[in-house]
Design a protein around this ligand. Structure first.
Ligand code: NAP
Length: 313
């Protein structure tokens, strides 16, 4: 536990999976003096007060008063309106960060509302689950996971270092990059794969020859993982695609070209092409394991599914 909290008062705007996980982690490691929260509905605010906030408020403006760190943890499409509301109430010298999955659009929506003397340091934890809401959070969510920050050249180095020490205190690994670069990288590693998962689950759903029970009973790891990803929060993912449109469309265009090439190879019986392609992709998988980004255990290290009478909670 650090000798003293890194921030005296942290205001969490949005109290779902990411904010609740941050609150649990900050509490577990003594990183914040007071945690104040605001979310849209009274139900979420009441749950947050019960589980992880010292105080909740009826407006976002009230939550940020006197806070030296403000975290915007709402869907990306809601960030601009929240920033407009809190802007006039931010304390001089405060840091405002966000956890949105898209960066350039968030900066464009939030930055115009930041008064002089407030440090805007956008961020994105590469950690999450398919669950959402204030009950979904847990303290270890960010342990050993990347947290990308996208400060610009004018960002205050001391403010970036202070925020980084909070994130490191929650167990995250920190890297910084340009917002546009972030959006392209995430379009490749997260956003487009999510869209493919949504599509594949939709295909299975529309495939009338295969009954639902067969799809579920025989779902192997590929499809099972698709269903888990496709269960992610619809509002969050709608906003991701609407706000990272250019990068996702660029990657989807490339994806479609490669898909057509593979489709043609299958139609033409071009075994060498398929073998070469899969040999190359297998080498990429090996390099991900070597970089420590996944386990080499078979079936992705998945724990066996417990029998119904051994179910976990
Ligand atoms: P979540 O569990 O669905 O929670 C969203 C929270 O935002 C809820 O507390 C909701 O309040 C609140 N909210 C929504 N609109 C609001 C508004 N207009 N004003 C005030 N509060 C509002 O979402 P999450 O998974 O924590 O995601 C939050 C952010 O983190 C998103 O920007 C997402 O892109 C990013 N992110 C998510 C993941 C992930 O895997 N889930 C990973 C990395 C980053 P109510 O409950 O009262 O409606």
């Amino acid at each position: 536990m650090p000798a003293a909290p890194i921030y005296n008062r942290v205001a969490l705007i949005g109290l779902g999976l990411i904010a609740s996980s941050m609150a649990h982690a900050m509490r577990a490691h003594g990183l914040a003096g007071e945690i104040v929260g605001y979310a849209k509905t009274p139900e979420t605010r009441a749950t947050a007060l019960d589980l992880f906030c010292d105080r909740v408020t009826d407006t976002a403006a009230d939550a940020v008063r006197g806070a030296d760190l403000v975290v915007l943890a709402v869907p990306v499409g809601a960030m601009g309106a929240i920033a407009a509301e809190i802007g006039p109430h931010l304390m001089a010298g405060a840091t405002v960060t966000d956890v949105g999955s898209v960066k350039a659009a968030v900066v464009a929506a939030v930055a115009p509302h930041m008064p002089a003397g407030v440090h805007l340091i956008p961020g994105h934890p590469l950690a999450g689950t398919e669950y959402s809401g204030p009950r979904a959070g847990f303290a270890s969510l960010f342990e050993n996971r990347w947290w990308l920050l996208t400060p610009d050249v004018s960002s205050d180095a001391a403010a970036v270092a202070r925020l980084s020490s909070l994130l490191a205190g929650m167990g995250a690994k920190i890297d910084t990059m340009d917002a546009q670069r972030h959006d392209l990288v995430l379009a490749v590693v997260s956003h487009t794969p999510h869209l493919i998962a949504y599509t594949m689950v939709g295909v299975a759903d529309h495939l009338e020859q295969v009954s639902n029970s067969e799809v579920i009973q025989y779902s192997a790891s590929g499809f099972r993982d698709f269903t888990r990803i496709a269960a992610s929060d619809p509002t969050m993912w709608r906003d991701v695609f609407l706000t990272n449109k250019d990068a996702v469309l660029d990657i989807l265009g490339r994806f479609t070209e490669e898909l057509f090439a593979l489709q043609r190879a299958i139609r033409m019986g071009d075994g060498p092409m398929l073998h070469d392609y899969f040999t190359h992709t297998r080498a990429i998988r090996r390099s991900i394991i070597e970089a420590g980004q996944d386990t080499a255990a078979p079936d992705f290290g998945r724990a066996p599914i417990p029998a119904p009478d051994q179910g976990t909670t």
